[in-house]
Design a protein around this ligand. Structure first.
Ligand code: NZQ
Ligand code: ZN
Length: 392
């Protein structure tokens, strides 16, 4: 195992920490572009509290509302133009993964020459990663993506119906100000989709990473077991602050690089899901739970020992040898049943998606990411036909 890892994001974690936003922001700028979504932050009062904290610390605020779920490149362009026009020197994201992702790319677009869509991995040869960005502070209001402490962002382009990823050092937020109380009003469905997302972040590396990463395996198992225990509590009682705290922390840890370090893992289920949500605008975590078990059944045939281990460690399924395929399959069904039990869809049909565009999702996935042989990286690497098989 060989790797290099540096995550520069400072975490300020805890209920009530929103009041410390101004104090944290003051170190990085004086005029903040404050990015929010479709209105939840305004309705629940967190926007007003954020502005009050920033103003009390002497910052001025330029509001950029209206980032949509599955954020569009058009919103990124609008935010970057506003930041330039208003002379902002700092970007603050108050929202879910969509708001945080859009804010990060706005911050990079501020300095970027050319259209910000050229930063994204989307099959165009002129792709150019950003090297500079305005400082970013993330304030997550929904536990799901871990975007608050990672260098990634996922943006959609309606014109090409592609959804693509950018990951660059300059996108690491300076501070992740994580106040789990802000997620109290997240509806049941979005809470459950967040649990699905965070679990999938660690199963991706568990199943697609290199062999011989026992420390990361145990990190991943800890995240999954925590989500299995506390996720349903957050779903059934949205006001359970301990459940909100633990799910929030689990989601951050699931994708800030600790679990993935050294695993060299691609994220095939994510890449396929992105192609689907680019077309249908479904919630990311719901798209993942709809296809995950199908992908797992496909991959387990090639790597049964990994899925048997998962079944045993996560669900206590007894093993009849390390490559016990029955146990492997039972683990997959148990995870799928868990997703169902918290209200996540476990088929594309439940999302109202038919088979009509399946070939298109497969082709789009490979347009966005592929290895030298044109396959989707993962264990196993997948051809277009393989992706179609999984989706069918
Ligand atoms: O837009 P508002 O009004 O804020 O409402 C949002 C939105 O409708 C609502 N919401 C958020 N906080 C709330 C709340 N409603 C009530 N109370 C609150 N406190 O929830 C809805 C969904 O929000 P969104 O940000 O879209 O959800 P999520 O956090 O799941 O983010 C999904 C996006 O992140 C990308 C996904 O592809 C998708 O575009 N991802 C980003 C990653 C990253 N940067 O590392 C990794 C992930 O794998 C993922 O791909
Ligand atoms: Zn995800």
């Amino acid at each position: 195992m060989q790797f290099e890892y540096q995550n520069p994001t400072r975490i300020i974690f805890g209920t009530g920490t929103l009041s410390r936003l101004g104090e944290a922001a003051r170190q990085y700028g004086t005029r903040a572009l404050l990015v929010t979504g479709g209105g939840s932050a305004r309705r629940n009062g967190s926007l007003e509290r954020a502005i009050a904290s920033l103003k009390a610390a002497g910052l001025s605020v330029v509001e950029c509302e209206g980032v949509e779920p599955n954020p569009r490149i058009t919103s990124v362009r609008r935010g970057a133009a506003l930041a330039r026009k208003e002379g902002c020197d700092l970007v603050i994201a108050l929202g879910g993964g969509s708001v945080m992702d859009a804010a990060k790319v706005m911050a990079a677009a501020f300095h970027y020459e050319g259209d910000p869509w050229n930063m994204m991995a989307h099959g165009q040869s002129e792709r150019r990663l950003p090297e500079r960005a305005l400082p970013v502070i993330t304030v997550p209001t929904l536990a799901a993506t871990g975007s608050e402490m990672n260098a990634g962002a996922v943006i959609s382009d309606e014109e090409s119906t592609l959804k693509a990823v950018v990951s660059a050092k300059c996108l690491y937020p300076k501070v992740a100000l994580v106040d789990p109380e802000l997620s109290i009003g997240v509806p049941r469905a979005e809470t459950a989709y967040g649990v699905s997302d965070l679990i999938t972040h660690v199963t991706e590396s568990y199943f697609n990473g290199i062999d011989g990463t026992p420390v990361q395996d145990r990190f991943a198992e800890g995240v999954i077991l925590t989500a299995l225990e506390w996720g349903p509590k957050a779903v059934s009682d949205g006001t359970d602050i301990m459940a909100r705290e633990l799910v929030q922390w689990a989601s951050l840890v699931a994708l800030n690089g600790w679990v993935q370090a050294g695993t060299q893992s691609p994220f095939p289920v994510h890449m396929i899901e992105h192609s689907i949500s680019a077309h249908h605008d479904v919630a990311h975590g719901a798209g993942l739970s709809a296809i995950n078990a199908s992908w797992m059944r496909f991959a387990a045939k090639r790597r049964p020992e990994r899925f048997a281990l998962f079944a045993n460690r996560i669900f206590g399924v007894p093993l009849n040898g390390p490559k016990d395929m029955d146990a492997a399959m039972e683990g997959i069904e148990r995870l799928d049943a868990f997703m169902k039990s918290i209200g996540c869809p476990t088929s594309l049909g439940e999302l109202g998606i038919g088979e009509g565009l399946i070939e298109r999702y497969a082709a789009d996935t490979l347009l966005v990411v592929h290895d030298l042989e044109g396959r989707l990286p993962g264990r196993p690497a997948m051809s277009e036909a393989d992706i179609v098989e999984v989706l069918k």
